[in-house]
Design a binder for this molecule. Sequence first.
Ligand code: TYM
Length: 373
Amino acid sequence: MPKEFTVTPWKVEGEVDYTRLIKEFGTESVDDKLLNRIKKHTGELHHMLRRKIFFSHRDLNWLLDEYEKGNKFYLYTGRGPSGNTHLGHLVPWMFTKWLQDKFGAELWFQMTDDEKFLFNDKLELEETNRLAYENALDVIALGFKKGKTKIFADTDYAKTLYRQALRVAKKLTVSTTKAVFGLSESDSVGKHFFTTVQSVPAFLPSALAGRNIPCLIPHAIDQDPHFRVTRDIVHKLGYYKPAAIHCVFLPALTGPKGKMSASIAETAVYTTDAPEVAAKKIRKYAFSGGKDTVEEHRKHGGNPDVDVSYQWLRFFEEDDKKLERIYNDYRSGKLLSGELKEILIEKLSVFLKRHQDGREKARKVLDSYIVKD
Ligand code: TYM
């Protein structure tokens, strides 16, 4: 079959066919039966579950079996600190926060300053390490619980991580890193080695406690190749395979193809953008599903399925009724593209203001979230 899209941990391009990804990656879809099972424990479903923004998983049923037996799980997720955090990164983190609240779970949050040094020719280690702590403010601003949340930058937690990464590395061959990540002989040994470090938090709490603790990793589907490797190897080391739940990508502002990328400023809204800056970007760049003239739009209506402002509201507007009204009004032509953009701008302005306040407050408590050795 021809490949019209690419999804790897370092590149997402083209129009992603998520149903096909489930088949190609060998994951399971999040179906209504599973949603009902989750709801039994959480009382309500997060809007990103209701809308199947989290659409795929590995071993969630097993995780819930264990939970129902009283074997509680911890959460693990992360960030590759290559620049400022953008709204796309917040998608798995907001959902992780909900999981922490609903299941009373501990969170281990990895900042891969080593990865971003190894994979980006322009970034020095000092810079990726600085960005790790800058990005940690975004994590804390979302309200993760102090005492239940451990954030670490790889190079500052290296002694603990390295001992475990070695055990993974001993079982990982270069033919696997070539096959899974598309790496080649001319890639640095650092790139081939890196995935071992991302594997470690999937079993570290078990290794430290001396007993197996189930792990759930929420992330966007691009990171799945890492955890395919992790699951194989940690099982051989005697640990549980981590479960995972995967989300689709928040699209770039400029169009529904690919994902929001931190390296192209006009495709992204950063958590540090002033609300007026975000508003300008949306007015100027947000891809519209509207018609060329007001007259035509009123007559034929717009297409919310490709309109980026509408698509973003699916991630950020929690109220189903409101969202449905916007969908119908846009489809019928009652709501114009410009008006739809203003609805998104209003929503994000409130969100950004609150988040930026939270970021400033987070500076004072940052140390109490960080683990180092
Ligand atoms: P990074 O920094 O590329 O991305 C951080 C998290 O955000 C997700 N993501 C997105 N989600 C929705 N829409 C988007 N447009 C979007 N872009 C990125 C990513 O899937 C990720 O969950 N190597 C990792 C860091 C890492 C990690 C982990 C991530 C270390 N351990 C465990 C997830 C789970 C990275 O560079 O992520």
